[in-house]
Design a protein around this ligand. Structure first.
Ligand SMILES: [Zn+2]
Length: 362
């Protein structure tokens, strides 16, 4: 007999997460502790529960200024080696506790240099934290593996340097690169040198594209820069027409994205907060999954969006009536699209994901 698809049972299912920001996933209590330790005085409150609610409310407010303020606080308390180790270790533990078996967690090293840390030191601290978190999760009976993505910030023009950092640390658990930050006014081609360098080095990268900005951003990311995946990519909908009878017509770019199986790292709750959709039921993920795009489900910022990968899936189950077969499909999509080696992806699919869902489907 099939296990009911409840939030609690979704937590026990093996899941894969490709789009999660380290500075968007801190525990509220950790923000409070670290602020005290590093002498950061900018927090709106030092009560952990109140602070958690404040983060969610600020992210929900529809105000970009308040949304960005949330990251000023998390980044503000992550300026020491100890802070980075702790935040990374807890991220691995929290994801493991949510049933995530493989995650790619990303961050922009250039944001953590305010108190004098060097880029290498930053990467090494985060890697140390992930390994520690994996170890603690294993002790608690949960197996998780974390791959790291390093981000360049679009507005800072350090993408080449960060891409170089990603290549230097690729044998130490850094599996890829990304660019993040404001999309409008900062097209991905501004960082073409970084992407050309990565391709020359046979390194992997994804690009935040088609979240705030439309088709030109997606087109440049794929056709000029060579992105293997799209961060969000929701605006691919601008190239899809649905007529009154429900007939669907794809434009050439949408066709290309689907034909080439280019993975879309979709983050439903986060997209609601940035205004890309007004409810989960109206989020393009429903149609895109039905059209068999290579859709994956992600958290983006667990603290700001007050979500987990399990709660994102539970919201999709409510909105679209998904069952275990659908959740498995999203999970296999994500595993296939990860930047791990092919043999490792296959091993996780065959030894962990498929048996996990087979047990749930009964
Ligand atoms: Zn993101």
């Amino acid at each position: 007999m099939s296990t009911p698809v409840t939030l609690e049972n979704i937590r026990s299912a093996p899941k894969v997460l490709l789009h999660d920001h380290l500075d968007g996933g801190l525990r509220p209590g950790t923000v409070v502790d670290l602020a005290r330790e590093v002498g950061y005085t900018g927090l709106p409150t030092t009560d952990a529960a109140e602070l958690g609610a404040w983060f969610a409310a600020a992210a929900d407010s529809g105000s970009l200024v308040r949304y960005l303020e949330t990251f000023a606080h998390t980044v503000g308390v992550m300026q020491t080696r100890e802070a980075l180790v702790r935040v990374a270790a807890e991220a691995a533990e929290d994801l493991a506790a949510d049933g995530v078996v493989y995650a790619e967690v990303r961050y922009a090293p250039e944001l953590f240099v305010e108190r004098g840390m060097g880029l290498d030191e930053i990467v090494e601290a985060v890697q140390e934290g992930f390994r520690e978190g994996e170890r603690r999760a294993a002790e608690a009976g949960r197996r998780i593996r974390i791959g790291t993505l390093l981000c360049g910030m679009r507005q800072n023009d350090r993408a080449w340097e960060i891409a170089n950092l990603a290549v230097r640390y690729r044998d130490a658990g850094v599996v890829g690169f990304d660019i993040a930050g404001p999309e409008a006014g900062f097209p991905p081609t501004r960082n073409l040198d970084a992407f050309e360098y990565l391709r020359r080095e046979n390194a992997h990268f994804t690009i935040h594209a088609g979240e705030a900005f439309g088709l030109p951003s997606i087109w440049e990311a794929i056709q000029h820069c060579g992105a293997e995946r799209l961060g969000h990519g929701v605006r691919i909908m601008d190239d899809i027409e649905v007529d009154q009878d429900g007939r669907v017509r794809l434009g050439r770019l949408a066709h290309y994205v689907r034909d080439r199986r280019i993975p879309l790292e979709m983050c439903p709750t986060s997209n609601l907060q940035t205004g890309a959709a007004s409810s989960v039921a109206e989020h393009p993920i429903g149609l895109l999954a039905r059209l068999r795009f290579r859709v994956t489900v992600n958290t983006d910022n667990r603290l700001m969006s007050h979500c987990t990968l399990s709660s994102e899936f539970a919201a999709l189950v409510d909105a679209f009536g998904y069952g275990w077969g659908d959740i498995q499909w999203f999970t296999v999509n994500a595993m296939k699209s990860s930047f791990l080696g092919f043999d490792e992806r296959l091993q996780l699919i065959n030894d962990v994901i498929k048996p996990g869902y087979a047990a749930l489907m009964g």
